[in-house]
Ligand binder design. Structure first.
Ligand SMILES: Cc1ncc(COP(=O)(O)O)c(C=O)c1O
Length: 411
């Protein structure tokens, strides 16, 4: 290591050979250990997407960039299954959630929050920060909301302007019944349905226009197969009407400003150029493959994972509507230890959050994850559970998964 002294001379600082060796060894480990991202974000990014993002940075006001953004705007409509403009922000998904609240509601308005996990809680936190009153519909973790309950609450309080919900509640692995919820809000002219699909969009069907979802929020680092850093929001005409009346403060996440700029193939501020290049590549692939094939792929992996867990004597944590993008499992031993031991093998799954911490673990199967990644994870899990004292016959989970994989045609 070198350093410049106060006398402006260059000094060579010597570490002991031992500490140098330690530093070197740690570095090598990080580089050599393949990281299998089986977490519900971030998820793996395909080499061709990485290469697209490694292209030279171009100026965000250049005609070349505007052409890319034009293509991306079209392809996003395909992914969201909407005719509406999909707004693109340089943020993680929470940024678009915040924008959804700040742009459609006004101070003193009431929102109905479906709170069935960690991300449902986030809607309440956001509303509270912005002075929006919350009617909280608490759903036991591991369960899906009953649409009739939402309908009843809306009947009892017609002043509710928005229903805020997750498509896939990532902390519990439950898919809330978005289509049925949209059927409840579509007939109520003063109420919009806002869906956080950060871990769901591109993972399983959520056709925005066909189902009448009013505001759909997504993030780049899950089923969209990109690194973290982009957030998206699309609004129905009904949501844009509410947006006109909204008086909450907003600046970067000003949806109307973003819409105006995107119409000119621009963003109001510096565009995340490299991420948009990756997005163009990914969306092109999604279009070529077709959403149906991608959904079928995730479903196949999901069925195989769930069958493997059950064959290993484990129970799913998601009691209703277990989602196709994620499997949440009741852990027979400390779930945090399962996660930690698997990490030593390079396999990254997620533990439980808040009240589920230590009680569950979660395996994602969305985006650029294949059968080899999945079988490796199941095999690793069998080993780790045995190591932690829970007896699993080696291969029993793998066998169950393979049976499903051989029955369900590869897509
Ligand atoms: C359903 C859901 N909502 C919101 C978020 C928060 O997204 P971000 O961390 O990208 O801000 C996540 C992230 O895991 C999520 O899964």
């Amino acid at each position: 290591m070198t350093a410049i002294g106060r006398d402006n001379k260059l000094y060579i600082l010597c570490d002991s050979p031992r500490s140098l060796l330690e530093k070197y060894t740690i570095k090598i480990k990080v580089i050599e250990m393949k990281m299998y991202l089986m977490t519900p974000g971030p998820t793996p990014v395909a080499p061709e997407t990485q290469l697209a993002m490694a292209q030279p940075v171009i100026h965000h006001r250049s005609p070349q960039f505007m052409e890319i953004l034009g293509q991306v705007r079209e392809d996003l409509k395909y992914l969201f299954q909407t005719e509406q403009e999909v707004l693109i922000f340089c943020a993680t998904g929470t940024g678009a959630m915040e924008g959804a609240v700040a742009n459609t509601l006004s101070a003193g308005d009431t929102a109905l929050v479906v709170d069935g996990g960690k991300f449902g809680e986030r809607w309440t936190e956001l509303c509270t920060v912005y002075g929006v009153k919350v009617e909280r519909l608490a759903v036991e973790w591991g369960h899906a909301v009953a649409p009739q309950m939402v309908a009843r609450m809306l009947d009892a309080n017609p002043a509710i302007k928005a229903v805020l919900v997750q498509a896939n509640e990532t902390s519990t692995g439950v898919a809330h019944p978005v289509q049925e919820l949209a059927a409840v809000t579509r007939t109520r002219p003063g109420t919009i349905l806002v869906v956080d699909a950060i871990s769901a969009l591109g993972g399983y069907p959520l056709p925005m226009d066909a189902w009448a979802i009013d505001l759909l929020v997504a993030g780049s680092q899950k089923a969209m197969m990109l690194p973290p850093g982009l957030a998206f929001a699309a609004l129905s005409p009904k949501a844009w009407e509410l947006a006109k009346a909204s008086n909450l403060p907003k600046y970067y996440f000003d949806f109307a400003k973003q819409l105006k700029s995107q119409a000119k193939n621009q963003t109001p501020y510096t565009s995340p150029v490299s991420m948009i290049m990756g997005l163009e590549e990914v969306l092109g692939k999604i279009r070529r493959l077709g959403l149906e094939r991608i959904f079928a792929h995730n479903r196949r992996l999901s069925l195989a994972t769930k069958a493997a867990m059950q064959a290993m004597g484990l129970k799913l944590y998601s009691k209703d509507n277990p989602s196709d993008v994620l499997t949440a499992v009741e852990s027979p031993v400390d779930g945090q230890k399962v996660v930690a031991e698997l990490r030593k093998k390079g396999i990254w799954i997620a533990g439980g959050q808040a009240q589920a911490k230590g009680k569950i673990f979660r395996i994602a199967h969305m985006g650029f994850i294949d059968t080899v990644d999945l079988l490796g994870t199941i095999g690793g899990l069998e080993e780790v559970l045995n190591q932690l004292g829970f007896r699993v016959e080696p291969g029993v989970g793998l066998k169950a998964a393979q049976e499903i994989l051989s029955k369900e045609a590869a897509v």
